[in-house]
Design a protein. Structure first.
Length: 287
């Protein structure tokens, strides 16, 4: 029978007598849900579970989400890999709640410690409810009607630079858009630019929407993006994401405003000059 041991602090409890390798009974799932609601963080000790078991356990609590930046376990896009050491230190050392930038944020995160240092490197947890209850009444009242913007780019400004922004064009993954029907006069010049870029980068992708391509540049999934003849509604939101994430974005013609011309290229700052050269040197007739 499941047992719970509460921590002597504002939050946290350990659940014993539940084997996460096995399918859970309904009463066990309900016990865990109630324990999480009451204690905010719960721990399961000495659980050697596989990715398949990890995923099966998580599915007891709802649909799974994947993180847009971090690498994942092969075959399990829902399981994010968080790996830091002396050569790859953590870049985000601020108090945060995971993935609140989502339209529907996840209920929580299920962390599995694989390689743990003998000392230090602790993951710390804080109780927002306890923090709020500890405030003076006048401050509580002033906060009750306030709203906060949960922004991806605030927490991941460094994602364009490292470890997800490649420093050399040869290593870069580029996105672009193909001139659509009615723009046949631009096709030949677009092919010239495409060939020039493809010969000097890791690969070229086309997802299908400029707004999403720009969001992926901001997130570090793509290192750069260019396209001609877009509309302001195609690029306004995505270009803001790139700017807020610390990236570079500009009109192909440096003197023009890309929001009005629709001729845009965006990249991480490490690629700025090299990528711009590859685009601009043969782009005059393409726009």
């Amino acid at each position: 029978m499941a047992k719970i041991r509460k921590e002597d602090s504002a939050l946290g409890a350990t659940i014993d007598e539940i084997d996460l390798r096995e399918p859970l009974q309904t009463k066990e799932v309900e016990f865990i849900k109630q324990s999480l609601a009451e204690n905010e963080v719960i721990f399961f000790r000495d659980q050697e579970i596989s990715p398949t078991q990890h995923k099966a356990f998580a599915l007891n609590f709802g649909e799974l989400q994947s993180h847009p930046v971090y690498p994942t376990v092969k075959g399990f896009p829902e399981i994010t890999i968080l790996e830091n050491d002396e050569d790859n230190p953590s870049k985000i050392e601020e108090w945060h709640t995971d993935m609140t930038f989502r339209k529907i944020p996840p209920l929580g995160s299920i962390l599995l410690g694989k390689i743990i240092p003998k000392e230090g490197g602790d993951t710390l947890f804080a109780s927002l409810s306890a923090a709020f209850e500890g405030l003076p009444n006048d401050m509580k009242n002033s906060l009750k009607d306030m709203q906060a913007v949960h922004s991806f780019e605030y927490g991941f400004k460094e994602s364009l630079e490292e470890p997800y922004g490649r420093e050399k064009l040869k290593q870069a993954l580029i996105a672009t858009g193909i001139p659509w029907k009615g723009m046949e006069e631009k096709h030949k010049n677009f092919i010239k630019i495409l060939q020039n870029v493809m010969e000097n980068c890791s690969g070229v992708r086309r997802f299908g929407a400029a707004a999403l391509d720009l969001a992926y540049v901001a997130a570090g999934r793509y290192d750069a993006f260019w396209e001609f003849g877009l509309k302001i509604w195609d690029i306004a939101a995505g270009s803001l994401l790139v700017k807020e994430a610390g990236g570079f974005i500009q009109d192909i013609n440096e003197k023009e405003n890309f929001l009005y011309t629709g001729n845009i290229f965006a990249c991480n700052n490490s690629l700025n000059e090299e990528f711009k050269t590859r685009i601009i040197q043969i782009s005059e007739n393409a726009i």
